[in-house]
Design a protein around this ligand. Structure first.
Ligand code: HEM
Length: 498
């Protein structure tokens, strides 16, 4: 992080207008086997519990407005008119299903003769993803309570033991007192207050170690037992590598906030580099994505291993009519990902404390150009935005830094990306309503749309209320939920191999 960015960092507690001005220089698939038979089949591609399926079944409307279904869609989807075929295929028990044979899998999968990964692997991956979800939210709360810089050392083994005696606590507190955060912001902090921020950060680190252990050990076990297919094996070890990298990245991020040079920079507030924060969050999102997508893939492999099980689903999903929706789901996932990363820059710069109005920023929809594209953020030889340096502007190169270091621009970009994500979700949702879709895809689309509404509402509320911890943490959780929905959609729309 450049010196200028640090100079810009402001205490979260400052809200005055003066401070701001100084900165501102269903439709349901009609032929569902469950509807025609009353039997509760699992959702395609999912290990849906029976009870959940039953509940979902009761919310379904048995017909769609055929008037909205273009004739070419019916023609393009083989078997769409054959409700009898659907019913029989979906409910007829297969020999392979009852014997557990993998032979059928090789038939349905074409050239691959590998048996699918065990279902246990799928459950383990999804449980690991849930744990990553939890640690991301905990990490957000750690940042929001300004606890992240409380532990000034990193040791994989020794770091697991928190101080126990009063003397040990005092020793830990003394270490913290040597660093800029205490010296600049927390001189009046008591030992009790220190214990709170210590436990927040310690909990985050312990949870990280737990994720590492509960991923690496079972991964080795499943590998040894031969329970992973080759592609799943590659992904699992790639995720394992990412988890180790995440630990190192976490410490690299914390180190940026412990830099003693912050003491020599007038007006600088000790915080971690927003670049490193965004990298840490981005890497967590990647790990989560890998776990969810691979986990869902394992259940799909198993479902494909049962002949006839996915025939009607495959007929619908493989239809070229869904190509546009398939591509849109990929695009939307990328958009959610980038919006989330841009959110990390908002969080890293405390840019959510600036312009706490929506949709206007100040009295305009778009802030003035010279504020968004401020030359003072562009390089070392600029006059500091706080006016602490008397140097004159000599170069316009490096103006791109405004995108990552200028709080006004960072907030503006995040708003734009957030609104674009919301608009894209709405358009995809409206478009998909006209398509012949399996029930599980429809449910996912409804969930996706609801989550997008919730996420934007949380984002706006976080802004209007000047970033309270509860709302900001919920907003962070919302971004992972939204990502889960787009990943599920992508997964469900994957072509079924013939
Ligand atoms: C639907 C798309 C959106 C996604 C995926 C998203 C995601 C995120 C993420 C991941 C963060 C980082 C949280 C952290 O690290 O603690 C964040 C922060 C933030 N977002 Fe969004 N966001 C979206 C829309 C919006 C909208 C529309 C607004 C308001 C206009 C908004 C306002 C904020 C604010 C103020 C923060 C900073 C919170 C803090 O300091 O902790 N977001 N967003």
């Amino acid at each position: 992080m450049s010196l200028i960015t640090r100079t810009l960092r402001l205490p979260r507690t400052v809200h005055s207008p003066a401070w701001r001005s100084s900165i501102s220089a269903t439709k349901v698939f009609p032929l569902s086997p469950r509807l025609s038979t009353g039997v509760c089949a699992p959702m395609e591609g999912f290990p849906a519990p029976r009870l959940l399926s039953t509940l979902i079944a009761h919310t379904q409307r048995p017909t769609w407005r055929t008037g909205l279904l273009p004739g070419r869609l019916v023609a393009a989807v083989p078997g769409l008119n054959s409700s009898a075929a659907f019913t029989t295929q979906a409910t007829a028990p297969s020999t392979a299903e009852s014997t557990g044979s993998h032979q059928s899998h090789s038939q349905s999968q074409g050239p691959s003769s590998e048996p699918p990964s065990r279902k246990a692997v799928g459950y383990w991956l999804l449980a690991s993803a849930a744990s990553v979800f939890g640690i991301v939210v905990w990490g957000g709360v750690t940042r929001l309570t300004e606890s992240g810089l409380s532990i000034v050392e990193w040791n994989l083994i020794r770091g697991m033991k928190p101080p126990r005696t009063e003397a040990e606590w005092q020793e830990e507190f003394e270490k913290y007192k040597q660093f800029p955060e205490y010296k600049k912001l927390n001189q009046d902090m008591t030992l009790e207050e220190f214990k709170f921020i210590f436990f927040m950060e310690w909990g985050h680190r312990i949870w990280g170690r737990l994720i590492g252990a509960t991923f690496l050990l079972p991964a080795a076990f499943f590998h040894y037992k031969g329970w992973l297919t080759s592609p799943v094996k590659k992904r699992v070890w790639f995720i394992a590598g990412l988890i180790c990298f995440q630990g190192v990245l976490g410490w690299y991020m914390v180190k940026s906030g412990l830099d003693h040079a912050l003491m020599d920079t007038p007006g600088a507030v000790p915080r971690v580099s927003p670049y490193r924060l965004a990298a840490h969050l981005g890497s967590a999102f990647l790990i989560y994505t890998g776990m969810v997508y691979t986990g869902l893939g394992v259940f799909r492999e198993n479902n494909l291993a049962r002949p006839g099980r996915l025939t009607q689903f495959g007929n619908l999903v493989n239809s070229p009519v869904l190509n546009r929706l398939r591509h849109s789901a990929h695009g939307l996932t990328m958009l959610v990902f980038f919006t989330a990363i841009s959110g990390a820059f908002v969080a890293g710069l405390d840019a959510g404390l600036l312009y706490d109005t929506f949709p206007l920023m100040g009295d305009r929809l778009i802030p003035p150009k010279d504020e968004l594209w401020d030359p003072r953020f562009s390089g070392k030889d600029m006059t500091s935005p706080q006016g602490s340096s008397s140097q004159v502007v000599t170069s316009n190169s490096g103006m791109w830094k405004n995108i990552f270091e200028n709080p006004t621009t960072v907030q503006f970009n995040h708003r734009m990306l957030g609104v674009t994500t919301f608009t894209a979700t709405t358009l995809i949702y409206l478009y998909a309503r006209r398509l012949p879709l399996p029930r599980s895809v429809r449910i996912t689309l409804n969930t996706l749309m609801s989550l997008a509404v919730l996420q934007v509402t949380l984002g706006i509320s976080t802004l209007l209320c000047s970033v309270p911890t509860e709302l900001a943490a919920s907003h962070q959780a919302g971004s992972l939920s939204l990502l889960t929905a787009t990943l599920t959609l992508m997964h469900l729309l994957k072509r079924v191999p013939k």
